[in-house]
Design a protein around this ligand. Structure first.
Ligand SMILES: [Zn+2]
Length: 244
């Protein structure tokens, strides 16, 4: 029975991952989510449903458009695989618990943000707000930690906002995106104060490694995905993360 649930959660993760990646491309470009149907970026031909099956279509088509053979962005494939994988991994660790559902919210925001931030340096307000609302509902059921987590979210947001203002003043340009500040509020609400600080250290380290590996000199660095990956690592590897 459990294997059936795992398969179901994995398939759900892949389908939602595909949807999140689509959101990640469309929201920054102001394309409505409802229509048009998916189409190839270069030849503009509509992608038939059987060529749009998460994970498998990309492998089957060898990452190329079926009509014009131009390369399909592998990032959506990565998001589909990662979302499916993380859904399963967190289910196996936490079962159907509040912690599992909190992880689903973070994974979902990660799916959209990975595409929008890596491709367009954009973190969607709407997605962060949807995440915040879902988390407030979930945190409500963690009675003992509800106030601690809500305060943590607000404090993290204000703290990052302060760092941003100081950073902007000292570097005379935008040091930290507004989206990143809001994401930290979201993570503070999901994890609580101290775990969020730990996740912030992990995220900054990953961002530094990415910076040196990608050798982008003066360009913006997408920080959002790393913030969320750091939070998910803490949520997974520090089981008693509800400490004060
Ligand atoms: Zn094409």
């Amino acid at each position: 029975m459990k294997i059936l649930i795992v398969i179901f959660i994995g398939v759900l993760g892949a389908i939602l991952g595909s949807f999140y990646a689509c959101m990640g491309y469309r929201i920054p470009n102001k394309i409505p989510l409802s229509k048009p149907n998916s189409y190839c970026e270069s030849c503009k031909k509509e992608i038939k449903w059987y060529m749009n099956i998460p994970i498998f279509s990309y492998l089957f088509l060898h990452g190329k458009c079926a009509y014009c053979k131009s390369k399909i962005d592998s990032l959506s494939f990565i998001v589909e695989v990662l979302t499916s994988f993380l859904f399963i991994v967190f289910y196996l660790k936490y079962g159907f618990s509040i912690t599992f559902f909190i992880s689903l919210v973070l994974i979902s925001v990660l799916g959209v943000t990975m595409v929008s931030d890596f491709r367009y340096y954009y973190v969607s307000d709407r997605v962060v707000i949807l995440g915040l609302i879902s988390l407030i509902v979930l945190v409500y059921f963690e009675k003992n930690f509800m106030f601690y987590k809500i305060i943590s979210g607000i404090v993290m947001f204000l703290l990052m906002f302060l760092i941003k203002i100081i950073g902007d003043k000292s570097f005379k340009r935008e040091s930290l995106g507004g989206g990143d500040v809001k994401l930290l509020g979201l993570i503070g609400l999901a994890l609580g104060f101290y775990p969020t600080l730990i996740s912030l250290v992990i995220s900054c380290s990953m961002t530094l490694v990415y910076y040196f590996l990608s050798k982008q000199d003066e360009k913006e660095i997408p920080f959002g995905p790393f913030l969320l990956i750091g939070a998910l690592l803490v949520l997974y590897f520090i089981p008693n993360f509800n400490f004060i």
